[in-house]
Design a protein around this ligand. Structure first.
Ligand code: GUN
Length: 294
């Protein structure tokens, strides 16, 4: 039987720690950290994420602005808005919910964000600093993965971490973070992706498996070795006629079977997902500290 890594509980602990810090700022009569979340269009999953991010911000006493913009918004308008918040002293973090509509060049928008306010850690300057091991903002989901490993005291040094998936949001940053010669990292990292000829050959040798593929129940029990630590980053909607919404959320891992063979495992929902928002709040507080302390 596996130990369940409770991301919901861990995220709650982090939020309480951050709330105590915000409360202290208020007590000292200081400005509070501020986050603007920008949503373009009506993607239901994006709407739900943005609402949760704003709610979490307000719950810990931070200043939150949500900009909801139409699907046909011209790129120039979004660039102007980003620029406005780059120059707004009450805003310390800028988050643009991805994906963006077709007419908008995602990379151009990311590059328009002041790197000091880039709490997603997507700006090329921050990505470069992450790879080198300099001060940066860690992208929130990979940051959540490392935080879970750390809080559950799961050693990473010298362990073979196999990351399945090479996205800019999860796969690439999590691999680079675990590779650093630092406490809570220093792992031997392999990154696999859809072009792998025999994926199992890699996944079977993992001490820690990070699944970030975006396909429901993709990782099966015969693809892993006994005692592996499984971190499931996937959030997939699958039809479920018994559920009120008509769908349920499942991970990239076949949880029921894989759980029997693993030593630790994150559930979906309630694993990595809640950590993403907690780490966004942590990054916003960090951006505030860096901006206000020069
Ligand atoms: N879309 C899916 N995940 C993310 C994320 O972590 N940040 C942003 N901005 N958009 C996303």
């Amino acid at each position: 039987m596996s130990i369940l890594i409770d991301g919901k509980k861990t995220a709650e602990e982090i939020r309480l720690e951050l709330k105590a810090k915000v409360d202290l700022l208020k007590k000292e009569g200081k400005k509070v950290p501020g986050l603007v979340t920008i949503l373009v269009g009506e993607n239901p999953a994006s709407q739900s994420y943005v609402n949760s991010k704003s709610k979490a911000c307000i719950e810990i006493g931070m200043h939150s602005i949500v900009e909801r913009l139409p699907q046909d918004l011209p790129e120039k308008k979004l660039l102007d808005l980003v620029n406005k918040y780059n120059n707004d002293d009450d805003i310390h973090g800028i988050l643009i919910q991805l994906p963006l509509p077709e007419q908008i060049n995602e990379q151009k928008i990311i590059e328009a964000i002041n790197p000091k306010k880039d709490v997603d850690g997507f700006h090329p300057a921050n990505v470069g600093n992450l790879v080198i091991g300099n001060q940066t903002f860690f992208p929130c989901t990979p940051y959540g993965v490392l935080e879970l490993l750390s809080r559950y005291k799961i050693p990473t040094e010298g362990k073979h971490v196999v990351v399945v998936g090479r996205s800019n949001i999860v796969g690439k940053p999590v691999a680079n973070m675990l590779l650093q010669k630092k406490t809570g990292a220093n792992a031997v990292v392999t990154v696999c992706h859809s072009a792998a000829k025999d994926l199992s050959q890699f996944t079977k040798s993992a001490d820690i498996l990070v699944a970030a593929i975006g396909r429901a129940h993709f990782i099966k029990a015969d693809m892993i070795k006994e005692g592996v630590v499984v971190i499931d980053v996937g959030i997939n909607r699958v039809e479920d006629s018994t559920a009120k919404k008509g769908y349920k959320l499942v991970g990239d891992v076949d949880f029921v079977e894989v759980e029997k063979k693993s030593s630790y495992i994150t559930p979906v929902p309630g694993g990595v997902g809640p950590m993403t928002i907690a780490m966004l709040l942590k990054n916003t507080l960090e951006a505030y500290a860096r901006i206000t302390n020069g």
